[in-house]
Design a protein around this ligand. Structure first.
Ligand SMILES: Cc1cc2nc3c(=O)[nH]c(=O)nc-3n(C[C@H](O)[C@H](O)[C@H](O)COP(=O)(O)OP(=O)(O)OC[C@H]3O[C@@H](n4cnc5c(N)ncnc54)[C@H](O)[C@@H]3O)c2cc1C
Length: 383
């Protein structure tokens, strides 16, 4: 019989590892249950861009704390996440500049503490060589941002979690949550029950059927993100989002780059386990043509495959983070395609919320699952 744990974390991607590490460091007895190997599914194929341009303060604050964690990863987590500071340019739609939305957003970001000067085209070309700046009247520049290496990040996080005392259990699917009246009492595994005082679901869209069994209907849709990879000649390249062209891009070392299409994350897929769309010649050609509008050298990039992975989209494309109507059941899901950069910071926030009874910053209350029509059906699968 396994002794009861303070916390069972479901899911061993960056989100689950981040929660498990932070909770263990705060003194909780933690078990992490992962159905396959540690390292996650979406996490392993992530673009892993670490930037801080968001629409809302809570999301920007989590991203800023995430960026700081990547900058001091060895001190904070231990090991090397492969973080590369490239700088990041957010080029908005001209309409947002014209009607003042962009300026208001940048003011909000600066209130949060994001270092983000607004540059015109000529100034942007100075700090971001290789970008075509014509037509840009205002872009948000982030000198600290860049990208990390997903595999190295999760390997380091898992090692840190192990050192902190987390019982890491790959190859352990959670079949259901177990309940005792209105509160969670643990999880059901293939070989029996595991008792836990609290459960944190950190398993993306796979959380939907588990939550349903506990009487919660999560507003999460399964979609997919797809990224094309290109070989290129060495030349300076920053990370960026170009809203008018609908792409995001970043270097992948000196001789490669990756590009994703922003609108692809809205296309539904039947199940997070797939089948998912894959990179074909048409996608690569389109991604390259769009990128070339902002990065002229992209016309010479040579397609070199790509990757795709599941997304857990919520109606407002913001995560469900915090407690639920089922006592002891916590969520960190619905990351909607942006949860890599915040894996460490959101883990810390959720652990603090569990231990202190309140989120570590009032903003984070905006992300509470009950904002997003998480319906309590009252219909529970008997276990
Ligand atoms: C192609 C792509 C590009 C992206 N680019 C970026 C980017 O540039 N920057 C950024 O910040 N974010 C990006 N994202 C988003 C980011 O990668 C995800 O939000 C993040 O990785 C989600 O982490 P996770 O741990 O929730 O999910 P996952 O990594 O999918 O991990 C969930 C884990 O739960 C496990 N699991 C599921 N069901 C069970 C069960 N019943 N029992 C036990 N375990 C279970 C799964 O096996 C899996 O390992 C991108 C995503 C994709 C797909």
């Amino acid at each position: 019989m396994t002794p009861a744990r303070d916390l069972a974390v479901v899911g061993g991607g960056i989100v689950g590892l981040g929660v498990a590490l932070a909770a263990a460091r705060r003194g909780m007895g933690v078990v992490l249950l992962e159905r396959d190997e540690l390292g996650g599914v979406a996490t392993q194929v992530s673009g892993a861009i670490v930037r801080t341009h968001y629409m809302h303060a809570a999301d920007a604050r989590l991203a800023l704390e995430g960026l700081a964690s990547f900058e001091r990863f060895d001190d904070e987590v231990g090991g090397d996440a492969g973080f590369q500071r490239t700088g990041f340019a957010h080029v908005p739609h001209p309409e947002e500049v014209h009607d003042g939305r962009f300026a208001r957003r940048v003011a909000m970001l600066r209130d949060v503490g994001v270092q983000t000067p607004v540059l015109d085209g000529r100034e942007l070309a100075d700090v971001a060589p290789g970008l075509a700046a014509d037509g840009i009247t205002a872009a948000a520049w982030e000198p600290r941002s860049g990208y990390a290496d997903p595999a190295r990040t999760t390997t380091a996080l898992a090692a840190a979690a192990r050192r902190a005392g987390v019982d890491l259990r790959p190859g352990t699917p959670v079949e259901a949550l177990t309940l005792n009246r209105e509160r969670v009492s643990g999880v059901r595994l293939g070989d029996g029950r595991l008792a836990a005082g609290a459960v944190a679901m950190c398993c993306g869209a796979w959380a939907v059927p588990l939550a349903r069994g506990a009487g919660l209907e999560l507003p999460i849709r399964s979609t997919a993100a797809i990224i094309a990879r290109f070989d290129r000649e060495p030349a300076p390249l920053v990370a960026g989002v170009d809203v008018p062209s609908g792409v995001y891009f970043r270097p992948d070392g000196d001789r490669a780059a990756i590009v994703g299409r922003r609108d692809w994350s809205d296309r539904p897929v039947a199940h997070p386990d797939g089948p998912l769309p894959s990179v074909d010649a048409a996608f690569a050609a389109d991604a390259r043509a769009r990128t070339a509008r902002r990065v002229p050298a992209a016309t010479g990039w040579r397609p070199a495959g790509g990757r795709s992975g599941p997304l857990d989209m919520t109606p407002d494309a913001r995560p469900l983070l915090g407690p639920t109507a089922v006592e002891g059941l916590w969520l960190s899901v619905g990351w909607s395609g942006t949860g890599f950069k915040t894996g460490v910071s959101a883990g810390r926030a959720l652990a603090a919320w569990m231990m202190d009874g309140a989120p570590p910053h009032a903003d984070y209350g905006d992300l509470r699952p009950d904002r997003a029509q998480v319906r309590t059906t009252g219909v529970r699968t008997p276990h």
